[in-house]
Design a protein around this ligand. Structure first.
Ligand SMILES: [Zn+2]
Length: 71
């Protein structure tokens, strides 16, 4: 059954890499705060496949509001 585990881990990393590429090309956008763990280099790969522990909402919304008023 070790092979099943390897396939699962491989698929997980493949999805993570695919989402990271999509994000790079602007297809997806992270709404997290600047100090969220997924903003750190190396951890951003898992941003879209590990939805726990993100620090988001208020800071991001506040920033978006400020961006709107600036334009
Ligand atoms: Zn995050």
């Amino acid at each position: 059954m070790r092979r099943v585990g390897l396939v699962l881990v491989g698929g997980y990393l493949l999805i993570a890499a695919g989402n990271r590429v999509a994000e790079h090309f602007g297809a997806m956008r992270c709404g997290c705060a600047e100090d969220c763990w997924c903003r750190r280099p190396g951890l951003s790969l898992f941003r879209w496949v590990f939805p726990w522990g993100h620090r988001s909402t208020y800071d991001a919304q506040e920033k978006a509001r400020l961006d709107r008023t600036a334009h």
